[in-house]
Write a protein of this length. Structure first.
Length: 554
């Protein structure tokens, strides 16, 4: 009897241990499955953000269309809301074949306004997502979601005929693809209260504006330096000044209306931004693309600047159908026995400067001078004559009026005992608006098409505006240079001698609605007080400030 009792006791203990072991194993398996799901969701989110932050992309911040035929590649279009939910395009984003803990491929949904379609979608730091997620914590303005479908629930059929049907993998609001409504639930495995059957097991990871632009904005700052800075620097080289900023506190063409959108045509520079507080030569880039620069024919002058020649007469300057501007004039030989020995008259390599005006737009927009190689010079009867030491540049008045100057040397040498002349004609093509303002430009197109200029602040030392002194001193001296604190080490020291900068404002950190007429809704910290000419750069993960500075000069 004692032996039987001992055996029964051992059987009971063994059964208990086996049951406990099985229960523990089931919990461990469940935890491992959930961990694989979480890891897959995180990897997918990281891969999507990395794809959106490609510095070679023409639309930074854009995301791929979903994969709706399960080949791993995004579809070529997803213009319709119903096309914006599908499987994760893992091949397109260069990710592994990510699967959740149940072995199912991940699903993915995107806000339509973040699909990669430059020219149709406008994506910058102010672009808000369209997805709303309901559940324990309601979230709106979500850009995209990655979803782990888990095991089939209820009557879901996952054969080949239903492989790309969202309702065969996703539950509740997630299975409906004609809106931007999604849901999560408190428990990953939600069961029917009456039957106990599984009714919902989707697990979701959202991509928010903070998630996306924390990675995209540093890339955009790099692209500003690579693609936009050279255009601004070229303007400075041609005109020896930077253009007047466009006024910041006018976000719409009609005036100070924070709720409206300002068109690109309203971004002309403002000549009143002359360094006087509270508008100290800063605002937005003057990227109006419709600006023209008509020549002022009566402004034409021609003057000798070197070589040997007597005088210039008969100057006549007119606009021509090139389109462009032409100055004709007569160049007279020098009458000097001493200089022209042994002849009385001579003309040797005369250099001359042709000057013309183009009105007030040059200093309030990005005016692009023609290349000197495009200037045509003819002499005596229309025959082209060789020219050397050619240059073309411009100057700007404090009113933004531009003056174009061509200078060259006529490689001509002649001595004679009788007076002689040369008939000259110089044709200069029109001054045109910079290609930087065009959405079709291969370099600046992404900046214009996606309206990053709305969140890119532009500040200039008053000494380097049109009509300025072409010099500046460390602030608070006048005219003040710009000071930029915390700049990366690759920028030259000191930090208080900057002529012009761009500040990528980044997404809103105070939750304010934008566009806004308040600088404080764009810039933070030292940058919010623009009147002192002192700014600061922040790199890395943004916290209370996410402004990134690009130094334009020096």
């Amino acid at each position: 009897m004692a032996m039987l009792a001992l055996i029964m006791f051992l059987v009971l203990v063994g059964a208990y241990l086996v049951a406990t072991g099985l229960s523990r194993t089931t919990a461990e398996v469940s935890a491992e499955r959930d961990q694989r799901t979480r890891d897959a969701l995180i990897a997918a989110k990281q891969a999507l953000i990395a794809w959106a932050a490609d510095p070679e992309a023409t639309q930074p911040g854009s995301l791929p269309c979903p994969d709706t035929n399960d080949d791993g590649y995004q579809e070529s279009t997803c213009d319709q809301t119903s096309q914006q939910t599908g499987r994760l395009p893992w091949r397109t984003i260069n990710a592994p074949d990510l699967r959740d803990g149940s072995g199912e491929r991940l699903w993915y949904a995107i806000s339509g306004n973040f699909r990669k379609k430059s020219g149709t979608t406008i994506i910058n730091s102010d672009t808000a997502g369209q997805i709303a997620i309901s559940g324990p914590a309601t979230v709106s303005g979500v850009i995209a979601v990655v979803i782990a479908p888990g095991l089939p629930v209820q009557d879901q059929t996952r054969d080949s005929g239903h492989a790309n049907d969202p309702s065969s993998y996703l539950e509740g609001a997630n299975a409906v693809t004609d809106d931007y409504a999604f849901e999560t639930r408190a428990a990953p495995d939600d069961r029917d209260a009456t039957t106990g059957s599984l009714v919902f097991n989707d697990q979701m990871l959202p991509i928010t504006s903070a998630d996306l632009f924390a990675v995209v904005e540093p890339v955009v700052a790099t692209m500003l330096e690579r693609d936009i800075k050279p255009y601004v620097a070229a303007y400075f080289t041609q005109w020896s000044a930077f253009p007047f900023p466009s006024r910041f506190d006018n976000p719409s063409p009609g005036g100070n209306n924070p709720g409206s959108t300002r068109s690109q045509s309203a971004y002309a520079g403002d000549t009143s931004l002359n360094g006087v507080s509270p508008n100290p030569s800063s605002g937005l880039l003057p990227i109006t693309a419709s600006t023209t620069y008509p020549w002022t024919a009566s402004s034409g002058t021609v003057a000798l600047t070197g070589g040997i020649a007597g005088s210039i007469t008969g100057v006549s300057c007119v606009t021509v159908a090139l389109p462009g501007w032409r100055c004709s004039f007569t160049l007279h030989a020098l009458d000097s026995v001493a200089t022209c020995t042994p002849r009385r008259y001579c003309m040797v390599d005369p250099s001359f400067r042709v000057t013309g005006g183009i009105g007030a737009n040059a200093g309030t927009s990005f005016a692009n001078l023609p290349d000197v190689s495009e200037v045509t010079v003819t002499s005596s009867g229309g025959a082209a004559r060789a020219m050397s030491s050619e240059t073309i540049d411009g100057t700007l008045s404090s009113a933004g009026v531009g003056t174009v100057r061509y200078q060259g040397t006529h490689t001509y040498s002649r001595y004679n005992n009788s007076s002689f002349t040369r008939s000259m004609r110089v044709t200069i093509p029109d001054v045109l608006v910079s290609p930087m303002t065009s959405s079709a430009d291969p370099y600046a197109g992404w900046f214009i098409a996606n309206e990053w200029y709305r969140t890119t602040y532009y500040a200039v030392s008053p000494g380097h505006l049109p009509g300025g002194t072409a010099a500046c001193s460390a602030p608070p001296a006048a005219p003040s240079c710009l000071q930029v604190n915390h700049m990366p080490s690759y920028y030259a020291s000191p930090d208080n001698n900057k002529r012009a900068i761009l500040v990528l404002a980044g997404r809103s950190t105070n939750g304010s609605a934008r566009p806004s007429s308040s600088v404080a809704n764009y810039l933070e910290g030292e940058n919010a007080t623009v009147s002192d000419f002192v700014f600061e750069h922040r790199s890395g993960t943004p916290s209370s400030i996410n402004d990134r500075v690009v130094v334009l000069s020096p």
